[in-house]
Design a protein around this ligand. Sequence first.
Ligand SMILES: [Zn+2]
Length: 255
Amino acid sequence: MRCLPLLGVLSALVTLSWGNPECYVQGYGPLITSADETSLLLRDGTRFPYHTPTPKGTWDETINNADLSVQLSQTYDAGGIETPPPYLFDPGRLRYQPFFQALYGKDKKGIEANLVTIEWPTLKGMSTLRVNRVGGVDQKLAAIGREIAALPKKERIWAEGASTYEYRVIKDTDRLSMHSFGIAIDLAPTKTQYWKDEAPSETARIGYRNTMPLSIVRIFEKHGFIWGGRWYHYDTMHFEYRPELFAPSCVSHNR
Ligand SMILES: [Zn+2]
């Protein structure tokens, strides 16, 4: 596997590969017409470069300038045991925003035109959530809800307080949250853990914390949703639909 020119002073700590562009085709199916080391072509005719020339020398530059190759550069350990992720290991957190805008809606108005309402189980009955319908994300999240409803109550409590669509940027950045596209969900917001509550910067040394049960996590992963608890910059309430990271050519199994 080819590797990126490593990240300056962080090179000893973070290894990024370019990933396999075929994972986009495997993950998103008919939404992607073709993908190779040069470019990725969407069904609607949008074409993106696989690599962009913007600076990626430091971690902060990498996360702010991630392209489609960087987006696959850390492999997601689907179904893995819960272990503290290594320093700056954030599979799925490095994202190329124009790709998500092309898929799910280019702006607030365009995204909201693609939103539908699904039912979501709570301990007090059914609630509703707004989710993007592109690629069947709505149907996948509805299926996840049905499986969570069958769990014992002591695990179901971790799916309470769910929220999905909200058009906003990620805290302290100008990057759109995946909640803006209606492809992410937060659960148990008052009982879960967020790295920023402990760390002053992206490259700070932080301790891992999590209370989200793996029984919930594994249901999401089965349907193509990654979990923010597998990131060094942990966000344990957070799940988002990222099927490219579950493609056979991209998923890792480190159990
Ligand atoms: Zn979230």
